[in-house]
Design a protein around this ligand. Structure first.
Ligand SMILES: O=C(O)c1ccccc1NCC(=O)[C@H](O)[C@H](O)COP(=O)(O)O
Length: 260
């Protein structure tokens, strides 16, 4: 089994357990379920910098990144830095995140929040909404076309933006559909951890203009963004580069100031 298969196998067990403990009817009663969401896609379309900053304590490729920070301080720092949105990893086993991180970030800031998760069941989309997310991530490598359609339509029906992530041409071809808002190209191969910005460059020309294009992973310099912008990218998802520092908000602010 590669790492992605392991994550998905664990996720299936986790979701089955959660469904038995907290029914959908309870998720729908959350005050946050009624909260009007904020569109990340709309923010990215208007932004000159397009930074989506991530809260990431650890990862399968890098192990520990930063375990000592308070998620609300990170969220406020990112908001103060002028990011377009914040990505909150909610997977516990592999990334050290949780749905509580999402709730806490929601209570601290008013920028769009992306639930960064391995979504394999509709339940997780309703869970995202009930915990204050504005956006969900769908990963083409772990979903078939019918699931992408079903999950993205459900997300849209509860007013969540959808970021669909691809890493190769086959994933992109099966994924293009009207119920998506943003197409993300992950520069990291989630099976081998190899990172190359060339993936964003190559796939950019195959993405129709009606989607906001987001380049994800392995971005650590202003130069990388300057290289990717002419390929039509309006969003740039950055995790480790900010989270490795003592003050991710400050690092994001310096980055955005240099970019502006
Ligand atoms: O980051 C990993 O090691 C990883 C491994 C397996 C599946 C997903 C993984 N990361 C999720 C992400 O997509 C990144 O956290 C995100 O794009 C930010 O990347 P970076 O700026 O390189 O931290």
């Amino acid at each position: 089994m590669n790492i992605l298969e392991k994550i998905v196998a664990d996720k299936r067990k986790e979701v089955d357990l959660k469904k038995s403990l907290i029914p959908v009817s309870q998720l729908e009663k959350s005050v946050l379920f009624e909260r009007p969401t904020i569109s990340l896609a709309a923010k990215l379309r208007k932004s000159k910098t397009g930074i989506i900053a991530e809260h990431k304590r650890r990862s399968p490729s890098k192990s520990e990144i930063n375990q000592s920070l308070n998620v609300q301080d990170v969220a406020k720092g990112y908001q103060n830095a002028g990011v377009c949105g914040m990505s909150v990893l909610t997977d516990g086993k592999y990334f050290g995140g949780s749905l509580d991180d999402l709730l806490l970030a929601r209570a601290a800031v008013h920028i769009p929040l992306l639930r960064k998760e391995f979504i394999i069941d509709e339940y997780q989309i309703l869970e995202a909404k009930a915990h204050g997310a504005d956006v969900i991530l769908l990963i083409a490598a772990i979903l078939d076309k019918e699931e992408i359609k079903r999950f993205s339509e459900l997300a849209k029906s509860v007013h969540l933006d959808v970021l669909l992530e691809v890493h190769n041409e086959a994933e992109l071809h099966k994924s293009i559909m009207h119920s998506l808002d943003m197409l993300g190209v992950n520069n990291r191969n989630l099976k081998t951890f190899e990172v190359s910005l060339e993936i964003s460059k190559t796939l950019s020309k195959l993405i129709p203009d009606d989607f906001v294009k987001v380049s994800e992973s392995g971005i650590s310099t202003i130069e990388a963004i300057k290289v990717l912008k002419p390929y039509g990218y309006q969003g740039f998802l950055i995790g480790e580069n900010f989270m490795r520092t003592e003050d991710p908000g400050k690092a994001a602010k310096e980055f955005i100031d240099d970019l502006s």
